[in-house]
Design a binder for this molecule. Structure first.
Ligand SMILES: Nc1ncnc2c1ncn2[C@@H]1O[C@H](COP(=O)(O)OP(=O)(O)OP(=O)(O)O)[C@@H](O)[C@H]1O
Ligand SMILES: [Mg+2]
Length: 259
């Protein structure tokens, strides 16, 4: 069994939305999935009430001491993927979930302030030496600011970016909100939509990471901050061509400058 934990200190970044989207995409791919909610806010439980079916099952765990033993039970019971949705902030129960993770996904809107807000989460992830990736969520549908910046860096070929920033970026689309309101995942609500396509691709990226397409943590620890998210690049307007990046990462914000 693999365990994915969606965590970040910043509220409203998309943890619950992505947890549901990924869980259902994984189920479609043949996994037996369990969603675990450690957030008393109850986004997943409420979603399941609207859904009206018990599949996939949402389980609440608020007790720090319960997580590890419950995951062991689920694995023995034949669950192949557990997706844990956590509350914003870094609570003891979130730290316990991170400790059990095979992969931590850190959703973030694509701004420097949102990324900086994830510092405490990243610190916990690093403390347990867990594989992680940022998921850039609610990115603008129009405007190629982020893509341009990523391309200027080397884009898809830049190794640090490939490991630390999940692909694709998840655009801001109403289908995500409407799906949740209907008790559905976006892949069920609007199966042929761009939103569903992006979530499907994100699941395939995640699955590849889970299946070992990861590099050594030491390498990740030395990685630089994603240049696409540095203030200098982020301030460009849509019509401004991508700026060439300085050689050897010179002038870029260090990845862990916010820690
Ligand atoms: N890609 C997206 N496009 C459009 N809306 C989105 C997207 N991702 C999330 N949202 C919306 O943003 C809001 C916050 O998302 P969500 O509840 O998933 O965040 P969260 O990180 O779980 O928040 P919290 O910290 O409160 O638990 C919700 O209304 C959700 O529908
Ligand atoms: Mg939530």
């Amino acid at each position: 069994m693999h365990t994915i934990v969606l965590a970040t200190q910043k509220g409203g970044s998309g943890k619950s939305t992505l947890a549901i989207g990924l869980a259902l995409a994984a189920r479609n791919a043949g996994h037996t999935v369990r969603l675990i909610e450690t957030d008393p806010q109850g986004t997943l439980s409420n979603w399941q009430s609207r859904r009206g079916t018990a599949e996939p099952m949402v389980e609440t765990i608020y007790n720090v001491g319960r997580i590890e033993s419950r995951l062991e039970q689920l694995e023995r019971g034949g669950i192949t993927l557990t997706v844990i949705d956590t509350a914003s902030g870094v609570s003891a129960v979130t730290a316990a979930a991170i400790r059990c993770a095979d992969l931590c996904l850190i959703p973030s809107r694509p701004t420097i302030t949102d990324i900086e807000s994830s510092a405490a989460t990243l610190k916990a992830v690093r403390a347990w030496q867990k594989p992680f990736a940022y998921v850039l969520n609610q990115t603008p549908v129009r405007g190629r600011r982020i893509d341009n910046a990523a391309s200027a860096l080397g884009g898809e070929d830049a190794p640090d970016m490939n490991e630390m920033v999940a692909r694709p970026f998840i655009s801001m689309r109403n289908d995500h909100q409407d799906a949740l309101a209907s008790g559905l995942a976006v892949g069920e609500y609007a199966p042929t939509s761009k939103a569903a396509e992006e979530i499907g691709q994100l699941w395939r990226w995640t699955e590849a990471r889970l299946n070992g397409a990861t590099r050594e943590r030491d390498t990740l620890a030395k990685a630089t901050f994603p240049p696409a998210l540095t203030p200098r690049v982020a301030q460009r307007t849509e019509n401004t061509p991508a700026q060439p990046l300085p050689p050897s990462g010179e002038g870029l914000t260090p990845w862990d400058a916010c820690l």
